[in-house]
Design a protein. Structure first.
Length: 184
């Protein structure tokens, strides 16, 4: 009986150790994944931003190249994305602060149904253009891999900074980069 208890205790200890290893492994993978989402996409930095035309919430077709001469914060978002919903008011604050200096936010919604985006936008007060990319053509053109994704484009149409994901505080980095691009 003593041998049986020792074997059971030894096996239970191994299980406990294995579950700790499993938890640490899962946490490690989650940490790496979150870091990857917050790292700028280097393949897109300092390259010409692809031109596109999308319909806005006002029904008007807007073209990215029409904003040449301005600094543009291009934000890809979805109504089902919690961080996107959290980020939207912060983007409006940046728009309000910097628009008088030749800056604008263009928010590209990727929901399959426009009604989902419209419902969310009813609860928001945004002064910047919101565009619909229901077929994800522009999303694919920019190789968006996470929601939200943000591209900062300089006055010459060059994609200078790329951010994937959002956590509170990222807007401070956006604002710093916007300010630097405006000063160029």
């Amino acid at each position: 009986m003593k041998q049986f208890n020792q074997n059971v205790n030894h096996q239970a200890g191994n299980l406990n150790f294995r579950s700790r290893e499993h938890v640490v492994g899962v946490l490690g993978i989650a940490l790496v994944f979150s870091l990857l989402l917050s790292v700028p996409n280097p393949s897109s930095a300092n390259t010409p931003a692809p031109d596109f035309t999308l319909k806005s919430t006002t029904g008007q077709n807007l073209r990215l190249n029409d904003y040449r001469g301005q600094v543009v914060l291009l934000n890809f978002w979805a109504s089902w994305c919690g961080p996107c919903r959290q980020e939207m008011p912060e983007l409006e604050k940046i728009q309000q602060k910097w628009s008088k200096y030749g800056f604008t936010v263009l928010a590209v919604n990727v929901d399959a149904q426009q009604a989902l985006a419209d419902k969310f936008l009813q609860s928001q007060s945004v002064s910047f253009p919101v565009l619909y990319d229901h077929q994800n053509r522009v999303t694919q053109l920019f190789e968006v891999k996470a929601m939200p994704s943000t591209v900062l484009i300089d006055r010459n149409g060059i994609a200078r900074h790329w951010h994937m994901g959002y956590q509170p505080g990222y807007e401070l980095e956006y604002e710093s980069q916007v300010k630097a691009l405006i000063r160029e």
